[in-house]
Design a protein around this ligand. Sequence first.
Ligand code: X8Z
Ligand code: ZN
Length: 686
Amino acid sequence: MAAGVLLLLAFCTRYALCDDYFKMGVNTNSAEATQFLREYDREASGMCYRVTMSQWKFVTNITEYNRRRMLEELALSSKFEKLSWRKAAAYDASRLSDPQSRRQLSKIIQASRSSLSDEKFTEIHQLITEMKEIYNSAKICPFGQKPYDPHVPRVSYPTDFPETNRGYQPYQLTNQPYQHYQPYQENPEYPNYCDMQLDPEISRILAHSRIESELLYVWTSFRDKTGPKLKNRYMRYVQLANEAAVNTGYRDAGDQMRSAYEDPSFRASVEEIFNQVAPLYKQLFTYVRRKLVLRYGETSVRPDGPIPAHLLGNMWAQNWKSIMDLVMPFPQAPNIDVTSDMLRQGFTPLRMFQMAEEFYTSMGLKPVPPEFWRGSMLVRPPQRSVQCTASAWDFCNRIDYRIKQCTEVTMQDLISTHHEMAHIQYYLQYAEQPQLFRDGANPAFHEAVANAATLSVYNLPHLQRVGLYQNKTHDPYEVSMNFLMSMALEKVAYLPFAFMVDQWRWSVFEDGVQNMNTKWWQMKLRYQGVTPPIARTEADFDPGSKYHIISDQEYIKYFLATILEFQIFDQLCTVSGHSGHLHECDIYRSRDAGRLLSEIMQPGASKSASDIIRSMTRGKTNRISPESLVRYFRPLELWLRVQNRDEQIIGWNSNYHDVALFAPQKASAYKSYPSVLLLIYLIVLF
Ligand code: X8Z
Ligand code: ZN
């Protein structure tokens, strides 16, 4: 207890600069600090190896035993984190002479929740584990009649409705066609009937079904199975996270999360970037809405209104690439997909990884070590349960690096292979840094660098160069517009979502847990222009349908990474000597681009993002800028402006009905708005 009070006093002052954000302890002995950091580095690397290995074993072989082993290692690692935090807190980092020691010490302190009591520290970790387990075990029944579910109208497919439009059919339990009318769990013949998970079944329905009632059903059911169970736990988590943040000298947990960006005006900086990309988003939005009106009709999509969130091909309306078939600019020209060429040429998953490795070595970057090929899981193994989401792993021992990916021979997986290999390249480049600096310069860098590299892989000149795209019979302008549209559905459509997630989270940390669901939808409407397809109340907890919210993972990094990837790509293209459209640049075989990439990656987190950006741009700026992204999409933006020229509004008008879906009280203000105006008018008149 006494130690707790001392620590509280020790952390009660903060400064603007991240380096000396805290009023640290009293020890100013540089030699002791260096010695502590040396020991920390050795122990933290060892701990990181053990935890990472236990996590790897679990996700590549999901058994109860492996889960328990992993939780044991995580518990040990939490103890180590707390102990190290106490030791680090004994130093007054601001008075240490070596800037790298200062930076390392502040990294130990900054993001940790170790200022909580042991009980609360354990409680918050347990809450997060529980929330993840609830989320990961959510399952729903297939679409059909569900008598006890008032949300789902009693509908069925017309008999002539094409089979391919009926969404994913999860279980071929019988030889009969898709079963819509089977009773649910009660039927002993269908013991696993209500077994549809987010990945892959539910996501596939949202991506491929074009039946509104089916989309509504899966959209609502997934939220019903997650939100209500998560809400109370999330509220307690907010309380504990805030307590930890305040104890550590921050205003609240949002403030603590933002400190990783070392920018005193971070919120304003991010908002400024958002405002610069919003006009491009609104052009895309307006065009897509018109196509949705054509597909679903004006009763489902108002021609000047927001878009109902279940029609955009994705559970959170964050990535619209699955509705490309509805919005393709030139349907007679191809949508670039080289999957069939890959199959024809006998590609295998191994060859895809070798090709990705060669992409980086062609620029003078590092080959992956032999341990990579021995340890990785590059295809789905038979006869055991695994988590298939692609990921790249650093085992913290400077030897072992692996990728986990259930690779199939598709273009999508070829892109993903290059993306994951870029993460491995980043690990290899900063391997010689101390453990605390083996990370991106800020949380956005890893994803940004990986995506910047893939911007060069997924484009026509590159695919032609590696012999995967030969078709020259179509109008290049039309092919280009189709390509840019597919990129915009992935990148531009994503921006307001990636921006609003943490706007919501920060507002909850800052203002409290009242009306969390209403706030969520207010922000979805304001930034994304989407509404819930069915009425929501505070009994729902729709933010809980997004994994990163309940698993305590900050999200603004994805917004910044999407902006930064184009900025990095632009710089790589410039040094490689590219001229012409940015979306046609290929950095393959450019040693100059390789050198610049290496300069960005090698320092890891030992330098600040602004230092890295300054040297990357040869002193032009030290800030993340959306200028390159806007330029990349410029040809599409011009085309969209022409398509949208007759629209009443670029963007959306929201009305009483939209707001009433999630905030009845606020909506009544909309309703009374005309009568207030009338009253004022009458007063003025008389
Ligand atoms: O969470 C992820 C990756 C791991 S970094 C699977 N992503 C974000 C999301 O799914 O919301 C990648 C895109 C954005
Ligand atoms: Zn990634």
